[in-house]
Write a protein that binds this ligand. Structure first.
Ligand SMILES: Cc1cc2nc3c(=O)[nH]c(=O)nc-3n(C[C@H](O)[C@H](O)[C@H](O)COP(=O)(O)O)c2cc1C
Length: 159
């Protein structure tokens, strides 16, 4: 079965909470999902997998420290290293920050595209000014991803 990996970037824990709840949604939908950290990012290299990136934005459009390391690491990687992965980015932000709204998610979405990974759902942005509970917006995103992946797995005979 296609492995499903979640990688999150979080400063105060909101994106981490969303990642944990998204993991449950994926598991409840029968997907083989796990959350990766720096020690096992390498699992996404060279193999077919789906990668869900869930990140907040900090500072003035900056990436949270844990996922900034991911960005730096893979922005220097050899071309083609991530070409077998499919991905979708869920960005948490706050539109009161103006033109840096969800910048971390936008940068990660662009990076994976540049690395020839396949985006299976457009960047989804959650605005803290509009949604009190980010899972209100994250749950439909996770369900949509689950159904896209289930269709792919059925097509390849793995489900
Ligand atoms: C110091 C600080 C700086 C922030 N800068 C931005 C920003 O530049 N752009 C944005 O969209 N959101 C920004 N935010 C909003 C956070 O991304 C948002 O509150 C998010 O839900 C926090 O998630 P976390 O708890 O996982 O870090 C900022 C929040 C804080 C506290």
């Amino acid at each position: 079965m296609l492995p499903v990996y979640l990688i999150f970037g979080s400063v105060y824990g909101t994106a981490e909470m969303v990642a944990t709840e998204t993991l449950s949604i994926f598991e409840n939908n029968g997907l083989a999902a796990s959350i990766l950290d720096e020690s096992n990012w390498h699992l996404i290299e060279g193999e077919a997998a789906f990668v869900a990136i869930i990140t907040s934005t900090t500072g003035a459009g900056d990436l949270p420290e844990n996922i900034e390391k991911f960005y730096q690491h893979y922005s220097k990687s050899e071309a083609g290293l991530l070409k077998k992965i499919s991905y979708s980015v869920l960005a948490l932000g706050d539109s009161s920050y103006g033109n840096t709204f969800c910048m971390a998610g936008k940068r990660l979405d662009a990076l994976l595209g540049e690395l020839n990974a396949t985006r299976i759902k457009d960047l989804t942005m959650i605005d803290a000014c509009e949604v009190f509970d980010p899972m209100e917006a994250a749950a439909p995103w996770a369900e949509k991803i689950s159904s896209i992946l289930a269709d792919e797995l059925i097509a390849e005979g793995s489900l």
